[in-house]
Design a protein around this ligand. Structure first.
Ligand code: PFF
Length: 448
């Protein structure tokens, strides 16, 4: 049994790792697609408000549970309980989150596998490996199995190295790389015809649609998925934060980076859609709705890259490399949730636990791939539409209703001595008690 728990070695390391978990396919693909199908800038505005007013407080609840518990999600939650029924409740929330993280990883790995193959395709095209290019471009079970497996193995290799040498080291390398590629692509797209029209659609809101209930529900769901809430991931990352760190500002940084990257990704994707349209690619139906919401990234963007001529191969490579990196920094956090539990609960070595859980996740991914039509959408729905909001809400209930206020203040004060006199402490405990659970319950019921 490994008794020595890992810890992030620096503030920057934690921020990169937690932001790495938060920033993923959800930001770079999910957010711009949702923006495009929910009325453009009005959605952006709603998302910004909800991310800061509801998702950030919920993120703080998970981080503080973890930092106080200094253990896996189940044990951290159980440390706050005083009666047997509360212990069971803690197990339900913590273990539920772990299962949710594992299930999300199993479908996320499939999508990330598509990103991998789309990253390699321009390379085989440039090097004139025509058979390989054709094989990569056509969806097949073999291709998907190989790339999903590759992605899971890469995730396993990083996680088996632990917190400082695995998660932290790789997040510190991959996150700045991601930002660099994102900005380079924006600079390129902005020089193209049609980009300004896209920019307007993205930035000038139509205020009449901002209170549309469906738009609000989608924006809140997107904010929760994006901050990796309700999966026990942020509880476990919180448990690796030193007691000397200021949790309130760390959580705020992570939220800011997550929202910033989603916003910046929108600056790339929305104008890119209009550029593609100016080049003759069909994006919107006559009624203004998006033509191929889920598959847009694999249909419209390659068409855009093709129309750029030879340079399109490099741009396509850069774009899909960006998506793969973003997916990897998120997937490592998903795998850490069950691994940390297995290491502490079953006295397994980290490497052994990581490979066993990696194998289990691969089995689920394979089952989904073999029954794609029936299972893929189903697993996405039960985890992101039901699991995450419900478990996120229960974490808020935990902190708001089961944790003694004085003890909670003591935990938050570590690394942030003056917190008692801040606006944060005046508002947050009430917020977590009433506003967050009610608002999240509303989203949950709506998605039913
Ligand atoms: N936040 C990630 C994204 O936006 O792509 C997705 C995610 C990561 C969800 C980790 C859940 C999780 F536990």
């Amino acid at each position: 049994m490994s008794n020595v728990r890992g810890e992030f070695s620096s503030r920057f390391g934690f921020i990169m790792a937690a932001a790495g978990s938060a920033v993923g396919l959800g930001n770079i693909w999910g957010f711009p697609t949702q923006t495009a199908s929910n009325g453009g800038a009005a959605f952006v505005l709603a998302y910004l408000v909800l991310a800061f007013c509801l998702a950030y407080p919920a993120l703080m609840a998970e981080l503080v549970i973890g930092r106080h518990g200094q253990a896996n999600a189940v044990s951290s939650l159980q440390k706050l309980t005083t009666s047997p029924w509360q212990k069971k409740f803690a197990f339900f929330v913590g273990f539920g989150g772990i299962i949710c993280a594992g299930l999300i990883l199993s479908f996320y790995a499939i999508v990330a596998g598509w990103m991998f193959s789309a990253t390699i395709e321009p390379i085989t095209a440039i090097t004139s490996m025509d058979n390989a290019t054709l094989w990569l471009s056509e969806q097949s079970l073999t291709r998907d199995i190989i790339f999903t497996g590759l992605f899971i193995v890469l995730t396993v290799l990083i996680i088996s190295k632990g917190v400082e040498n695995g998660i932290e080291k790789w997040s510190k390398r991959l996150m700045p790389a991601l930002l660099g590629i994102l900005f380079a692509l924006i600079a390129y797209v902005m020089t193209q015809e049609g980009a300004v029209t896209g920019l307007k659609a993205y930035l000038v809101p139509d205020f009449s649609s901002i209170l549309n209930p469906e738009l609000l529900v989608n924006a809140l769901g997107q904010a929760f998925f994006s901050l990796s809430l309700g999966t026990s991931v942020m509880i476990i990352y919180g448990s690796y934060i030193s007691k000397r760190e200021n949790l309130v500002s760390l959580g705020a940084f992570v939220t800011l980076i997550d929202v910033f990257i989603a916003f910046v990704a929108g600056l790339l994707i929305i104008p890119a859609m209009y550029v593609a349209q100016a080049q003759g690619v069909e994006i919107f139906a006559a009624d203004g709705s998006l033509l191929s919401e889920d598959t847009l990234v694999f249909q419209v963007l390659p068409a855009l890259f093709d129309s750029m001529g030879d340079i399109g191969l490099f741009v396509g490579f850069a774009f899909f490399a960006l998506m793969s990196i973003a997916a990897l920094t998120s997937s490592i956090s998903m795998l850490e949730a069950p691994v940390s539990y297995a290491v502490e609960k079953f006295a397994l070595g980290r490497v052994q636990a990581t490979w066993i859980i990696g194998a289990l996740v691969s089995l689920v991914s394979l089952t989904i791939l073999l029954n794609f039509a029936a299972l893929f959408g189903f697993v996405v729905s039960i985890t992101t539409k039901f699991g995450q909001p419900l478990l996120g809400m229960l974490c808020c209930v935990f902190v708001g209703w089961l944790w003694h206020r004085g003890k909670l203040l003591k935990e938050i004060s570590e690394g942030c001595e003056q917190v008692e006199h801040t606006v944060f402490w005046k508002i947050w405990p009430w917020y977590i008690r009433f506003v967050c659970p009610v608002a999240i319950a509303a989203v949950f019921l709506n998605s039913l």
